[in-house]
Design a protein around this ligand. Structure first.
Ligand code: CMP
Length: 229
């Protein structure tokens, strides 16, 4: 029963789609299904951990907190995706907190089973490498923005990135489910600054707000960012 549930969840991951049933059964035997309510810390920064997680439903945020309680969000991840792979491969403490933003379902894989899982489905290794590479690229863009641009530019970049991802996934260039505070933590600025920038962008006609949804004119926003150096 649980095995069937795990197999059906596994098939929604591009890296496992099309795998023979026997392979999915072998993988399912290595995975544990777990549920976390909204607000739970699935991973805490600096802890020792040897489990990685396949996110099968819900949304998590990857985040850092300073000693004074300031927050810097590194990323929001939606299913299907994965996290917790870094400590699994380098045996260092956890690099960040991972917190459930909604109720979340995951499949947990223990370090001792990673090699066996890769033998069953080698695409797992390639996907882990590709994701690490993408995250490094995103961090390079972030460092560039921190070094060369002001907070307003960074807020616009967050809106553009999130709306572009939404356009690619769902065909609508919208930022939704993120509060101004959450946008601010992604941009490395205060909530007041994020709200001020959003209001100015509404006045300039680059975004339109509807309740908690921010619809972004992707073309105009890209133009603005290119000329705002
Ligand atoms: P690990 O260090 O084991 O635990 C925290 C996890 O957060 C880490 O593995 C990655 O899976 C994830 N993580 C760390 N930095 C980022 C980032 N910049 N973007 C997305 N996920 C990240």
């Amino acid at each position: 029963m649980m095995q069937d549930l795990i197999i059906s969840r596994l098939s929604s991951f591009p890296m496992f789609a099309g795998s023979p049933v026997g392979d999915l059964e072998a993988l399912a035997a290595m995975l544990t299904f777990k549920q976390y309510p909204k607000g739970s810390f699935i991973i805490s920064q600096n802890d020792r951990g040897s489990t990685m997680y396949l996110l099968v439903s819900g949304r998590v945020k990857v985040t850092l907190a300073s000693a004074e309680g300031k927050e810097l969000a590194l990323n929001y991840l939606e299913a299907p995706s994965h996290f917790g792979e870094m400590s699994l491969v380098d045996a260092e403490p956890r690099s960040a907190d991972v917190v459930a933003v909604t109720d979340v379902e995951v499949l947990a894989l223990d370090a001792k089973d990673l090699s066996a899982a890769i033998e069953v489905q080698p695409r797992l290794a390639l996907t882990l490498i590709a994701t690490l590479s993408l995250r490094v690229r995103e961090l390079i863009a972030r460092v560039e923005d921190m070094a060369f641009h002001d907070a307003a530019h960074r807020v616009m970049r967050v809106l553009l990135n999130v709306a572009t991802a939404s356009y690619e996934a769902r065909g609508i260039p919208v930022v939704e489910g993120l509060t101004h505070y959450e946008i601010a933590t992604l941009a490395g600025t205060s909530r007041e600054t994020a709200s001020r920038v959003v209001s100015q962008l509404v006045r300039d006609g680059l975004v339109a707000t509807k309740g908690r949804r921010i619809v972004v004119d992707l073309f105009a926003m890209r133009e603005r960012l290119e000329h705002d150096v």
